[in-house]
Ligand binder design. Structure first.
Ligand SMILES: *[C@@H]1O[C@H](CO)[C@@H](O)[C@H](O)[C@H]1NC(C)=O
Length: 359
C-alpha cells in the first residue's frame, strides 16, 4: 500500500527534524592517530579568514604527514570533523543494543588490539571518511577537488546542468594517501588494520548508485542527466555491522613465493585443509573479544545500561539482573502536517517502565 502523499511528506519532515546532536569527537582514523575533541564543535562556523584552516588542522590530532596534507587542503579539517561525527554516530547506532555500545571510553585501548570491535572501528572510520570527503567534494566545500573529473559526455552533461555527482574517485585516492602507505607486512595487526580499512572504503564504493533525471518539454526526457550518488551512510553502517557479525578470525602465514606476511583464516572442519585467505569484503580479527560486561580498559561495562525486558536484558546485563523504574515520559502526539515542511504536535505524557542493568 502506498502511503498518502501527506503522510509520506510528514515522514520526510520528521526524519529531517532530529538533526543528530553531535557529541564530542574522539575518533580513530589510522588507529594510532585520533581526532581529539574540538572546542565549540558543531556550533560556531569556522571564521572565514585566510589561514583559518591552518589553525583547524593544528587543533586536530593528526600525524605529521597528515597535518601537512591537511594544511595544503582548505576544507579538509572541517570534513575530517564531519567524518568523525558521522562514523561515531553510526557506530553508536549500530551497537546500541550490544554490550559494547561504541562508547568513547576505552576507544584508545580497543584500537590497539585485534578484536572484532577494533575491526569495525577501522572499517567505519574509513567508510565515514570516504563518504564525507566525497560529499564535501561535490558540495564544493573543498578547493582542490573538482566536481567530477571523469571524462565523458554523461558527466559533462551533469556538470552543465549543475548536478554534481558524489566524487568518490577523488575521495578514495586522497584517502589512501592520507591514511598513509602502510609499509607492507610489518606485522599481523598492521595487515589486519589495513585490510579492515579497505573493507570500509569498499563498502562505500559498492553503495554508489547512478541516478538520472529527465529534462525536456513536459518531462519528455529529451535530455537525461545522470550522476553518481552515494547511498545513505546508514546503509553502509548496516553493511559493516553485518560484516562484523560474520568477521573472520585470522592468523598470519608467510607467503613463501612472495616472501611476505599474509592474512590467513585457519582451516574449518569440512573446508579445505589449508585454510583460506579472507575474502576482500570480510572484516578480520585476531583476538577473541572480552565480554564487555564489567568496566575495563576497553569499555565502561554494562551497569546502568537501559535494556528491553523481553529482548536484551538477559544478555546485556550479563546475568546480574536489572532494576525496574517507572517514569513519566513526554512524547509528541496528535501531530498534524501543516504546509511543508512543518509538523505541529501536542505534548502527551505516559507512564513507562525502564529497565537498567544492575551493577
Ligand atoms: C554506553 O554505555 C555506557 C554505560 O555502560 C553509557 O554510560 C553510555 O552513555 C552509553 N553510550 C551510548 C552512546 O549509548
Amino acid at each position: 500500500m502506498r502511503p498518502a502523499p501527506a503522510l509520506a511528506l510528514a515522514a520526510l519532515c520528521l526524519l529531517a527534524l532530529p538533526a543528530a546532536a553531535a557529541a564530542a569527537t574522539y575518533f580513530g582514523l589510522t588507529g594510532r592517530d585520533v581526532l581529539t575533541p574540538f572546542p565549540g564543535l558543531g556550533t560556531a562556523a569556522a571564521p572565514a579568514q585566510a589561514g583559518a584552516h591552518l589553525k583547524q588542522c593544528d587543533l586536530l590530532k593528526l600525524s605529521r604527514r597528515q597535518k601537512q596534507l591537511c594544511r595544503r587542503e582548505p576544507g579538509l579539517a572541517e570534513t575530517l570533523r564531519d567524518a568523525a561525527h558521522l562514523g561515531l554516530l553510526e557506530c553508536q547506532f549500530q551497537f546500541r543494543q550490544e554490550r559494547w555500545n561504541c562508547s568513547l571510553e576505552g576507544r584508545t585501548g580497543l584500537l590497539q588490539r585485534g578484536f572484532k570491535e577494533t575491526a569495525f572501528l577501522y572499517a567505519v572510520s574509513a567508510a565515514a571518511l570516504t563518504h564525507a570527503l566525497a560529499r564535501a567534494c561535490s558540495a564544493g566545500r573543498m578547493e582542490r577537488c573538482t566536481c567530477d573529473d571523469s571524462p565523458g559526455l554523461e558527466s559533462r552533461q551533469a556538470w552543465q546542468w549543475g548536478v554534481c555527482g558524489d566524487n568518490l574517485k577523488y575521495s578514495t585516492k586522497f584517502l589512501s594517501n592520507f591514511l598513509g602507505p602502510k609499509r607492507g607486512s610489518k606485522d599481523l595487526r598492521a595487515r589486519a588494520d589495513a585490510h579492515n580499512t579497505h573493507v570500509g572504503i569498499k563498502a562505500v564504493k559498492s553503495g554508489l548508485r547512478t541516478t538520472c533525471k529527465c529534462h525536456g518539454v513536459s518531462g519528455s526526457c529529451a535530455v537525461r542527466t545522470c550522476w553518481k550518488q552515494l547511498s545513505p551512510f546508514r546503509e553502509t553502517g548496516q553493511v559493516l555491522k553485518l560484516r562484523y557479525d560474520t568477521a573472520v578470525k585470522v592468523s598470519s602465514a608467510t607467503n613463501e613465493a612472495l616472501g611476505r606476511l599474509e592474512l590467513w583464516a585457519p582451516a574449518k572442519p569440512g573446508g579445505p585443509a589449508k585454510g583460506l585467505a579472507p575474502r576482500p569484503g570480510d572484516l578480520v580479527y585476531m583476538e577473541d573479544s572480552p565480554s564487555f560486561c564489567r568496566p575495563s580498559k576497553y569499555s565502561p561495562g554494562t551497569a546502568g545500561r537501559v535494556c528491553s525486558r523481553d529482548a536484551s536484558c538477559s544478555s546485556l546485563c550479563c546475568g546480574r539482573g536489572y532494576d525496574t523504574q517507572s517514569r513519566m515520559v513526554a512524547f509528541s502526539c496528535h501531530c498534524q502536517v501543516q504546509w511543508c515542511c512543518y509538523v505541529e504536535c501536542q505534548q502527551c505524557a505516559q507512564q513507562e517502565l525502564v529497565y537498567t542493568c544492575k551493577r
